[in-house]
Design a protein around this ligand. Structure first.
Ligand code: 1PR
Length: 526
């Protein structure tokens, strides 16, 4: 029996699913006594350091947890579960950590995108039960803006490079904690968890030692989901956002089955977009929650969900905040939520007043679940202009002139799945959303969507240069070479595609084998 410390923030469902998949039963901590009675304790910290320590304190878990750790009993901390072991964190300087490992948690000090999101490797410094049957070349899924800085090196289990080398795992006696998410790291992650859970695991070093690790570019499969005219929830796909063919909604398969297929073929992440979320309230649209729950039983890579994340008042006058909606998604297995239409409205309001309110969906969700959990999905469309001085938007000079030979364009944000254009450009939107606390940009392009003509490199460069958070390039992938193009001509951290995967025109395996000698990617997904 494994005891799981769930303090109520974020997605612990995937940790539960992963442990259960490995044949163990789980007891969730309800009281301090449960901690002290544990045989093996797993602490998957999610969210923000300040709120985590506050909740642990309120629930009376701090003292029993310290006692458990000081008695050197089997412990596996994940992500914030590692940070908690230190004296404190720059993320919430007023909150004390558990003080088991001397040192502090600090924000990444780099010009690279922060959060550090994606699959990166580890250099091992100590032998451990975790490394049984490991080559040492495996990659694991990271998502964090802060990393531990131990005062001395003896507890460092492994390090990872992201601009510089940082501590990605610690081990002190039976206390082990890792910065990455084994429960989201595919088969390698499950193997690592299993090594911790089994009682007969042998401490060893992996076969190879990597001296410098490298963050992989991510390949993301996107599933646009909606009910068709018969009321079945289907994966659909539009051409420039028009999902109907001869009047009917295109049906490209079942969401849970397709997600599983993509996981097995090496997708580094899976995104579900509830494309009618702007008109249907997601908490009434329970099938989406159940799609997530079922998917997370079998898919051990990160899941993002978008569509309808905003404040909502139902027919009975009951108010649900965007945070309530997001919380339901996180509890159902999502790791990140993506905000589309509401982000445009938030930015329009901000541009009117120049003031942050602290109450927007972006700010409230980021405060509780961390910036890395908030993705902004932008649905822009090109607007050509003759002269950049004619508009007040971020204008670029384009190599693809407009219908009347225009040399300039800007990218107009839309809401409601492209149905309504607004007076905000994509570059400004991305910049303001980052300032409000968003952790990643999902950059679609209506002109390119479903065209198989390649990503909009000019758009991606314009947005990427304006923000320091990761950008997911989306829309237009038609062949393997388009992925190489986007990774070599832009700084995008990941590339997303839909149509070519759904129609099996270019399977994910082909994209990966095409890229593997030219771009750093995650290869060992089987
Ligand atoms: O506005 O917060 O409710 O969120 C709604 C979400 O649904 C947004 O993220 C929006 O992008 C998405 N959405 C709304 N309508 C559509 C539609 O297609 N009619 N889909 C839609 C957006 C775009 C991509 C697509 C890529 C890759 N889909 O994510 O998967 O363009 O496609 P490709 O590889 O086939 O070219 P809210």
């Amino acid at each position: 029996m494994i005891t799981l410390l769930d303090y109520g923030a974020g997605n612990v469902r995937s940790v539960i699913n992963a442990i259960e998949r490995l044949g163990e039963t789980i007891k969730i901590v309800k009281s301090g006594e449960d901690i002290l009675a544990a045989e093996k304790l797993v602490f998957p910290g999610v969210g923000a350091f300040g709120s985590m320590m506050e909740i642990l304190d309120q629930k009376g878990f701090v003292l029993p947890l310290k006692q458990y750790l000081l008695e050197n009993r089997p412990f596996l901390g994940i992500c914030l579960g590692l940070h908690a072991l230190f004296d404190g964190s720059e993320e919430a300087p007023e909150q004390k950590g558990l003080g088991i490992i001397p040192g502090m948690v600090k924000r990444f000090n780099t010009n690279l995108s922060v959060p550090h999101i994606g699959w990166n490797g580890i250099s091992c410094h100590q032998s451990s039960v975790l490394w049984q049957q490991f080559e040492g070349t495996e990659k694991f899924y990271f998502v964090h803006s802060y990393h531990a800085v131990p005062e001395t090196t003896e507890s460092i289990l492994c390090t990872t490079d992201y601009d510089y080398s940082f501590t990605s795992g610690i081990q002190k006696g039976n206390i082990i904690a890792v910065q990455f998410h084994p429960e989201k790291s595919g088969r390698a992650g499950l193997r690592m968890l299993n090594n911790f859970l089994k009682s007969d695991s042998q401490s060893q070093m992996p076969t190879h030692t990597i001296h410098k690790t490298c963050l992989a570019k991510r390949i993301i499969a996107c599933l646009d989901v909606r009910a068709n005219d018969q009321g079945d929830l289907v994966v659909t796909k539009g051409d420039q956002y028009d999902v109907r063919e001869k009047g009917s909604v295109r049906n490209l398969g079942k969401p849970v089955e397709l997600a599983r297929r993509y996981y097995e073929s090496g997708a580094d992440e899976i995104t579900f977009l509830n494309i009618t979320g702007f008109r249907d309230f997601p908490l009434e649209d329970m099938p989406m929650l159940s799609v997530l729950k079922q998917t997370s039983l079998n898919v051990f890579v990160p899941l993002t969900i978008g569509g309808g994340i905003r404040d909502y008042t139902d027919a009975n006058g009951k108010f649900y905040s965007a945070l309530d909606v997001a919380s339901s998604y996180f509890r159902s297995g999502a790791d990140k939520v993506s905000i589309g239409s509401d982000a445009v409205v938030i930015v329009e309001d901000y541009l009117k007043t120049g003031q942050k309110t602290g109450t927007t969906a972006i700010e409230t969700i980021a405060r509780v679940y961390g910036n890395q959990a908030v993705v902004i999905s932008i649905d822009p469309r090109r607007v050509y202009v003759e002269n950049p001085d004619f508009v007040s938007h971020h204008v670029i000079q384009t190599q693809f002139p407009g219908p009347n030979g225009e040399q300039y364009c800007w990218y107009q944000c839309t809401i409601k799945g492209g149905r309504e254009g607004r007076n905000v450009d994509a570059v400004t939107l991305a910049r303001i959303c980052e300032m409000m606390g968003a952790g990643e940009i999902l950059l679609n392009c209506i002109d390119k969507d479903g065209t198989n003509s390649g990503f909009d490199i000019e758009l991606i460069n314009a947005v990427k240069q304006a923000v320091s958070i990761p950008v997911i390039a989306s829309s237009g992938a038609g062949c393997e070479a388009h992925f190489l193009e986007v990774f070599t001509k832009t700084q995008a951290e990941s590339a997303l595609a839909a149509g070519i995967f759904h129609r099996n025109e270019v399977p994910i395996e082909n994209v990966k084998s095409f890229l593997k000698t030219q771009v750093e990617i995650r290869k060992d997904f089987n």
